[in-house]
Design a binder for this molecule. Structure first.
Ligand code: ATP
Length: 574
């Protein structure tokens, strides 16, 4: 079956389609660092252009074939066009002759192996930098199998973004009290560690408005690019890496680097500055690492299971949004709790799907592209068109809904916009009778050096409320939530097990078919033993039937579990 995917991009912007804020625009002839202020001002003032930045943008990046792949004579099976690509998958017919199945995908942008990291930045993050000053939270994350180029793609982006943020602060927004803060942490084995503070363990708390706060996370106030570079290098060196078959420097954790823009209230520097906007960069652990569960090493197996869980939870959140569910299971994993901001309110999300071009990675590449397709379909106002032969993994057009309209009581952009500068006051409205509430610690606020850790909330100084912001532990004790979320975790694992069992069954079927073909060839030979033929055919048919029955049972069990989960979720009031 030929699987065709026809999607129209929400907004297709070619590499050269410059907009007023293009600090490095060769066509303007201006040196980098000398932006055209009039153009910048008009751009920033122009709300329409700001809102034209797509809510979810999905970009695919294909890397070149690496030495290992070339040595194995693996072929490049991906053709890229301006914003579409074709995967040429080699398959076997029943008579064992080869044929090529073409899979076509269309995304907001497709970047081929010749595209530089500068161009990746231009296409992905550069358009969202100015709107961070407009009370927006934006997230950029890379997704893809181990060794597909996620880290290679993500690593340069924060530095480029902070360079542009600082330029805006020093030119367009000069003397307006904006400050830039950097933090960097990782999620490893379901736990959070501060990469800028000797991997100090962190914990998450949530306020009454479901705003997630990472307790103990060090934020550094920065005012120059060199310092940011040092911080990024320090954090990256601290990150957990290991070796997989595909990549010697494989990421075993999800790394999250955040650039927060804050502003002092009424120019009063003694008060803690308030958050204006935030840009988060997430380098996800390899999606294929989750499948590393057969590894002999227990540690690696556990890591694989954890990564699996978080990537499945991410998929589940996307599916819940897609299916118009009122309950979005953000609490399925630490990753989705952290990513929550990316999906609610006035947020922008850029997903870069990294793919390997090699024939040996075809299955993983198709999985990555289907995942990207799914995320793309969530885009507000998406006008996806699909061929009648679309894969079942594609989404129904009618299910495309604005993300903010399906979310629970998380704060919306409208809330923020109405009272952005009074965010602190809003938090004070949190019900003081809540148990486990905490006071916001006064910031450790020094101006004597260029690198200033700004400890938003220090774990060891948390104490009971006396009128300031209250925080509480992530509501594990909330039976209603924890019940359905624990159940969800089990369900996520069962879903993955089902898909793996299905995959295995298909592989077994292929082997059986080969055996059958041989048997038929032998049956046509003169002097063939009929008894032997009958016995072997019998065995083959029994093996086929047993495989199908086993998969049917597993499927029936999973369907039952899905129903139970839905009942549980609806009975818990979501
Ligand atoms: N577009 C590219 N151009 C040139 N080399 C690339 C490109 N993308 C990736 N590479 C190289 O491929 C290798 C694997 O890339 P990378 O470490 O970024 O993969 P990854 O997806 O982050 O893997 P993991 O999930 O295991 O951490 C690296 O040596 C990197 O330099």
């Amino acid at each position: 079956m030929m699987v065709l995917h026809y999607f129209q991009p929400v907004r297709g912007r070619s590499i050269d389609d410059s907009y007023p804020y293009n600090l490095n625009n060769k066509q303007t002839g201006r040196a980098p660092g000398l932006p055209d202020n009039n153009l910048l001002k008009s751009f920033v003032a122009d709300k329409e252009k700001t809102s034209s930045v797509a809510k979810i943008k999905v970009v695919v990046r294909k890397r070149p074939l690496n030495k290992k792949e070339l040595a194995k004579n693996e072929e490049d099976i991906i053709d890229t066009h301006s914003n579409s690509l074709t995967v040429h998958e080699t398959k076997l017919k029943v008579d064992l002759t080869e044929y090529v199945e073409k899979h076509e995908f269309v995304f907001d942008a497709v970047l081929n192996e010749e595209v530089s990291n500068d161009e990746v930045y231009h296409e992905t993050v550069e358009p969202i930098v100015p709107i961070i000053f407009q009370r927006t939270k934006a997230t950029c994350f890379a997704y893809g199998q181990t060794g597909s180029g996620k880290t290679y793609t993500m690593k340069p982006l924060p530095l480029k973004a902070s360079r542009d943020i600082l330029r805006l602060m020093h030119h367009t927004y000069r003397n307006q009290g904006f400050q830039l803060f950097v933090s960097f942490f990782e999620i490893y084995g379901g736990k959070l560690y501060d990469l800028l503070s000797d991997r100090k363990k962190l914990c998450m708390r949530e306020d009454g408005k479901q705003q997630v706060c990472i307790v103990g996370l060090q934020e550094y106030k920065v005012s120059d690019v060199e310092t940011i570079k040092d911080l990024i290098e320090k954090g990256s060196a601290t990150r957990s890496t290991g070796t997989t078959g595909a990549n010697e420097e494989s990421s075993r954790s999800h790394a999250i680097l955040q650039l927060a823009i804050k502003r002092s209230v009424d120019g009063n520097e003694s008060k803690p500055p308030r958050l204006v906007g935030k840009l988060s960069f997430i380098d996800l652990a390899g999606s294929e690492r989750g499948a590393d569960t057969t590894d002999n090493d227990k540690q690696t197996r556990m890591e694989g299971a954890e990564i699996n869980k978080s990537l499945l939870a991410l998929k589940e959140c996307i599916r819940a949004l897609d299916n118009d569910k009122s309950h979005i299971p953000f609490r399925g994993s630490k990753l989705t709790e952290v990513l929550r901001d990316s999906f609610v309110g006035n947020s922008r999300t850029v997903m870069v799907s990294c793919i390997s071009p090699s024939s040996g990675s075809c299955e993983h590449t198709l999985n990555t592209l289907r995942y990207a397709d799914r995320v793309k379909s969530l885009s507000k106002g998406n006008t996806s068109k699909k061929d009648g032969l679309s894969s079942t993994l594609n989404l129904k057009e009618s299910t495309t809904v604005p993300l903010s309209s399906v979310l629970p009581a998380a704060s919306t952009f409208e809330d923020d916009a109405n009272d952005a500068w009074a965010e602190q006051d809003e938090r004070d409205d949190f019900d003081a009778s809540e148990e486990d509430s905490y006071e916001l610690e006064k910031p450790i606020w020094k101006e004597n050096g260029k690198l200033e850790p700004y400890n938003f909330i220090s774990e060891d100084k948390i104490h009971k409320p006396n009128g300031q912001t209250k925080w509480r532990d992530m509501p594990k004790s909330n039976l209603k939530n924890s019940h359905s979320d624990n159940d969800l975790n089990v369900l996520l694992q069962e879903e993955e097990d089902l898909v793996n069992a299905h995959r295995k069954q298909v592989e077994e079927t292929m082997n059986i078919v080969k055996e059958e073909m041989n048997l038929l060839v032998e049956a046509d030979q003169p002097g063939n033993q009929l008894d032997d033929y009958v016995a072997r055919l019998n065995a083959i048919l029994s093996q086929k039937a047993a495989g199908i029955l086993q998969l049917q049972n597993r499927l029936a069990h999973f369907q039952k579990r899905l129903k139970e989960h839905d009942v549980l979720v609806s009975s818990s009031g979501y």
